[in-house]
Write a new protein. Structure first.
Length: 1143
């Protein structure tokens, strides 16, 4: 046995105890030996290469999961057996039985490679599970992982036995070794079941106290609370108050409750992409090693740490300066510059460094680089060498820096790139990122209504944190000289990353996938290139969303991909912050210089997102021009999910008998055909809408029957069943329905009635507390709605007679489209929608609604249930959801209309309310919003938003528009109120109207055309004055002319009435005079404001228009002004006349 495999029996225990460190022990030596063995026996290269890639992928995961470590430990032990082939001289070596070693092992080695691939995929799928999933489905995952442990050990035993036969080892000895291996497997499996983290054990205890995994899964509310408590703690991202989670809980639940086998199968395609990328990276790494290590001369006896330096000049400097394992970064860079300067200096008598063997020539062509490799750019060069930002450069970091330089680039040019070129190149990408994000907002309003929620979610998820990076970065535009020198390398790196993203289909689903795309080292090196490439594709998807309904997961996956980038940036920031604190340096000061200030606003986003900044913020608007973009966006090339083209929910296909159905044996043929019926659960029957099933004979499985379809919610399902005889010779029919997502598989067992027209029995789920009864009949779905319940069988004749009457009467009413039939269908639809909104859990917890739920389900066909649910989903998609914005009263995420208080001043964000009447009527005090200086009252001025605005980018513009609109609304209302309050004399009013031909302004509602009075609403987006009365606003159906339903409205509240206690004529006169002066002052201020506004508009028109048409516009505006002035003069005349009569 090879010394590498000695002690393997105890390796599993070490891996379980010490984790990744124990797993990596001896691994480099094993990989080196396996490569040597593969060189002798080329037929091993597939298995060895697969193992190396799997190990690299696992190391990139950077997690210390004991179960995964155990599996890789078993994989390592299996591969260690191949080390014995180093003692066999070649693949043609003939054994004692005349068979060559390649002939004997080829098939086993190929299966070994496939085992490694499948096992690595299973580990990858398990690593992606949330801690909640790992605990709830713990036993299932243990069974799957146990199967792989047995498979790896079985393959190891096969290899060992084959080697023993080839080498002529006694068979008894070989069998004894295999028995020992079997005992070892039992101990490893026992360790597998015991290998849970402390967090998993705590969660398991928590779940057991609440009835176990099955009870938690069945209880939606308990599962949701568990998700909220555990989801954030189980992910590597650090919670930040500026980014609120917009994660879709239903999507999380569906993903986390996938059966392990399904999860592994679904993960395989993604894993294969990562596998291919890692293969390419390994090949490039080997080629780079050969290129950069070609001039390395390894001496027999090393003289010091400098001999580990690959680059000859760096090795010479290290040796001359007598540095040990590391050196201060500043000293290193300055010494390297001095060395290069001396290489260019022809006066060799002043040389400090001696010549080294195989030194590189510093030519005059590199002299320009010294202009940039200086003290002022020292920080950027140090960061390029010092990946961990420790302030010291190690031998490994020096070698990594020189090995990463492009082919045919000198060390000086490489340093100059990081000194000045990288900042210019990244500035180019930062500008393109800003343009892409601006274009996304420019076309956001053009996307299809069904896609709006997905686009809003995406932009809310990604814009703010990307803007923190791009805004903080200190920009430096390309110079022509620098572009000529560095652009080719920059474009080459972009092409490489684009290819990697295409291999993973732009879907980064884990930290190791991100590392495969951007490589190891500082995340900021390639951050902006990665963001640009991801956003470029996402922009094309949003362009496509203007004409095509996207799958609901398309932009969710895009946002999730960028979430992994966010996590990497956040991890890097956290590490840097901790490092700066350990070095007694102020992190805020360091981030103002580190990486050209890239992390400045990431560290402290307050200057960007404070309320005062947001309301004044103005972001660059980009006018989108479709002709400037790619003319054609091919959905097949950019989308990862099929287009959301659902089957028509109103179509139910007729049953068509196939050839296999006709040829089926008698027992199987009896169950084939169309069935429809109901499923009951516990005391609720039916517990879900009607199920329609068309059973056919299975083509690939003789004696089996199959079917497929979709649930009322659109989830696809498949059915596989068989027939068998029970112990008492009763014909039983068993089948299992497996769902595409979310739902547990259900197993059914039942019998046929004597006439073969009734199929009934019981069902159960993989969850222990799930089960019930079912009843199917060979009736049409319309007629099945009236089939009597089991309780009606006490008087069978009466029940069947009632069934016949109802079925016939319904058919007649439906054919006549009677009003009563339509009202019944409408009532059933409304009740069904209420059930959907309340959720499935209410069926078992709310006994008061059980009977109404049963009647509702009995009254609907599968087609109707699917159609109503489709309407519900579409309504949910159309309803605006204000991501990251919660109601200040009920604290729920706001869906529908959002109300922003314009009078309450808070230190962060805004005071928001949802459209619930109780929230709009509530007084919100500091007990609900601690940053409130005074309570919010229902009488405050409000801004109503019926569309989603980005809480950062679009808020400032909308907030300013709201305040401007309030000024205009108050002016208009003031003018109207002044006339109405003084024109009490009907004769005087008629007289002035007849004399002038004009009356004071009359404000009317754009909806009902009635006269507007406070409180009322005013549109902030229409150019003309558009008022909406409170009654029409409550109906939310006003769409007339230029005014649209999605326009924002501001509330003009009722003024408080002032009471006066003066008595007598003088008191009344003083009061009237004070009121008159106040009104005159109001009119004067309004007039001055309008004059100022007019002057600005006239100036703008004068600067923009010089043609005759602009003069005509100005003339029209002046005529309008004259008319308004005459109105004011008439108003003053009326006021003075009235005042004179009173005096």
């Amino acid at each position: 046995m090879s010394p590498l495999s000695s002690g393997m029996e105890g390796s599993a225990v070490k891996v379980a105890q010490y984790g990744t460190a124990a797993l990596a022990e001896g691994l480099p030596a094993l990989l080196k030996m396996l490569q040597a063995v593969a060189a002798i026996h080329p037929f091993l290269q597939l298995a060895v290469g697969t193992f190396m890639v799997a190990v690299e992928l696992d190391m990139k995961r950077r997690e210390n999961d004991k179960k995964i470590n155990l599996l890789f430990g078993e994989m390592r032990d299996m591969m260690a057996v191949l080390a014995e082939l180093q003692f066999i001289d070649g693949p043609s070596n003939v054994g004692t039985d005349g068979q060559t070693i390649q002939e004997r092992l080829q098939n086993l080695v190929d299966m070994m490679a496939e085992d490694i691939r499948q096992c690595a995929n299973a580990c990858d799928a398990y690593a992606k599970r949330n801690i909640v999933s790992k605990v709830l489905l713990g036993l299932k995952w243990d069974d799957v992982l146990e199967r792989f442990i047995k498979q790896l050990n079985r393959r190891r035993a096969d290899i060992e036995f084959a080697l023993a036969i080839h080498l002529g080892v006694n068979v008894d000895i070989a069998h004894k070794k295999l028995d020992t291996l079997d005992n070892k497997i039992d101990r490893v499996i026992a360790l597998l079941h015991q290998s849970s983290s402390p967090e998993q054990r705590d969660l398991f205890t928590f779940i057991e106290r609440r009835g176990g995994a099955d009870a938690v899964i069945a209880d939606d509310q308990l599962f949701a609370s568990l998700y909220r408590e555990r989801h954030g703690a189980s992910t590597p991202t650090v919670k930040s108050p500026r980014r609120q989670s917009t994660f879709d809980f239903q999507a999380f639940r569906a993903n986390m409750l996938d059966d392990p086998n399904i999860a592994i199968a679904n993960n395989f395609e993604t894993f294969e992409r990562k596998f291919k990328i890692q293969q390419v990276d390994l090949a490039e790494e080997i080629r780079g090693f050969i290129h950069h290590h070609g001039d390395l001369v390894v001496k027999a006896v090393t003289a010091g740490p400098h001999d580990r330096i690959v680059h000859p000049d760096l090795r010479n400097i290290w040796q001359e300066m007598k540095w040990r394992g590391n050196v201060k970064a500043r000293h290193f860079v300055l010494a390297l510059r001095d060395y290069c300067v001396e290489k260019l200096d022809k006066r060799r008598e002043h040389a400090t460094f001696s010549e080294c063997e195989n030194s590189t020539e510093v030519t005059a062509q590199d002299e320009w680089t010294l202009e940039y490799i200086n003290v002022t750019r020292l920080q950027a060069i140090i960061e390029a060498f010092d990946d961990d930002a420790s302030g010291f450069i190690t031998v490994g970091e020096a070698n990594a820096f020189t090995a990463s330089r492009p082919v045919n680039w000198s060390l000086l040019k490489w340093m100059a790139y990081w000194a000045v070129g990288w900042q210019m190149a990244m500035t180019h990408y930062v500008s393109r990122i800003d343009d892409l994000l601006a274009k996304m907002f420019a076309i956001k309003s053009d996307v299809l209504p069904a896609n709006r929620r997905f686009v809003d979610y995406y932009l809310d998820s990604v814009w703010s944190w990307i803007t923190e990076l791009t805004t903080g970065f200190r920009r430096a535009e390309w110079s022509d000289t620098m572009r000529d020198r560095f652009q080719s390398y920059v474009l080459e790196e972009e092409v490489k990353m684009r290819r990697k993203l295409e291999l993973v289909r732009h879907d980064i689903d884990a930290a190791d996938t991100l590392l495969l795309v951007i490589g190891t080292g500082r995340v900021e090196k390639h951050l902006f290139v990665l963001l640009y490439l991801l956003l470029e594709r996402d922009f094309d998807i949003i362009r496509l969303a203007r004409s095509t309904i996207l799958h609901k997961d398309e932009l969710w996956d895009s946002a999730n991909t960028l979430e992994w980038v966010y996590r990497a940036v956040n991890d890097r920031h956290r590490d840097l912050e901790n490092l700066f604190k350990q070095q007694n340096r102020d992190p805020a000061e360091q981030f103002r210089v580190f990486a050209f200030e890239l992390f400045n606003y990431w560290h402290d986003p307050t200057p960007l997102w404070s309320f005062d900044r947001l309301r004044e913020s103005r972001y660059a608007e980009v006018a989108y021009n479709d002709s400037e973009e790619h003319l054609l966006v091919d959905p097949a090339s950019i989308l990862n999910h099929p287009l959301d083209i659902a089957d028509d929910p109103l179509i139910l296909f007729d049953y068509v008998e196939t050839d296999d159905d006709k040829e089926a044996d008698t027992s199987l043929h009896a169950i084939l055909g169309h069935w429809c019926g109901f499923v009951g659960r516990q005391d609720v029957y039916p517990s879900e809408p009607m199920l329609s099933v068309d059973l056919h004979a299975a083509t690939s499985k003789p004696g089996h029957f199959v079917a497929s379809g979709s649930t009322f919610s659109g989830t696809r399902w498949s059915l596989v069943g068989e027939t068998k005889l029970s112990s008492d010779r009763v014909r039983l029919y068993n089948f299992t329905i497996t769902y595409a997502a979310r739902l547990w598989p259900k197993s059914f067992e039942g019998t046929l009635s004597d006439d073969g027209r009734v199929f009934s029995g019981t069902w159960s789920s993989l969850s222990d507390n799930e089960g019930g009864t079912f009843l199917f009949k060979r009736l049409s779905c319309d007629i099945m709605r009236f089939w009597p319940l089991f309780s009606d069988h006490q008087n069978k004749s009466k029940a069947l007679w009632t069934f016949a009457i109802h079925a016939v009467l319904d058919r007649v009413r439906r054919q006549l489209w009677s009003r009563s039939w339509i009202e019944d269908r409408q009532a059933a639809r409304q009740q069904y929608l209420r059930i959907i909104r309340r959720g499935d859990a209410s069926l078992l917890t709310d006994g008061s609604m059980t009977k109404s739920v049963e009647r509702c389900f009995l009254a609907m066909t599968p087609v109707e249930a699917r159609y109503y649910y489709t309407l519900y989903e579409y309504q949910q998609q159309l309803a605006p959801r204000h991501y990251g914005v919660t109601c200040s009263h009920c604290h729920s995420t706001i869906s529908g209309s959002r109300y922003i208080c314009l009078d309450c001043h808070v230190t962060r964000s805004t005071l928001d309310l949802c459209e619930k009447p109780e929230c709009l009527a509530a007084v919100v005090g500091p007990e609900r919003r601690v940053d409130l200086t005074s309570p919010h009252f229902p009488s405050h001025r409000l801004l109503k938003l019926s569309r989603v605005i980005h809480r950062h980018r679009e808020f400032g513009g909308v907030y300013r528009s709201a305040h401007d609109a309030l000024v205009r609304a108050e002016e208009a209302l003031s003018d109207a109120h002044t006339v109405q309050s003084w024109e009490t004399d009907v004769d005087l009013q008629r007289k002035n109207a007849e004399a002038d031909g004009r009356v004071g302004p009359r404000l009317s509602c754009v909806g009902c055309q009635g006269q507007v009075s406070r409180p009322c609403w005013y549109c902030i987006e229409c150019e003309d004055d558009v008022f909406v009365c409170s009654s029409c606003e409550a109906k939310n159906l006003i769409v007339k002319g230029a005014h649209k339903l999605a326009h924002g409205l501001v509330l003009c509240p009722q003024h408080r009435e002032e009471t006066h206690t003066e008595s007598g004529r003088s008191g009344k006169l003083d009061s009237r005079m004070n009121s008159f002066e106040a009104k005159l002052d109001t009119v004067r201020q309004a007039s001055m404001s309008r004059f100022d506004a007019l002057d600005k508009r006239l100036d703008a028109l004068s600067s923009q228009h010089s043609s005759m048409s602009s003069e005509a516009v100005l003339s029209t505006r002046m005529d309008a002004l004259d008319g308004r002035m005459r109105n004011i003069e008439n108003l003053l005349s009326v006021l003075l006349t009235k005042l004179g009569s009173d005096l």
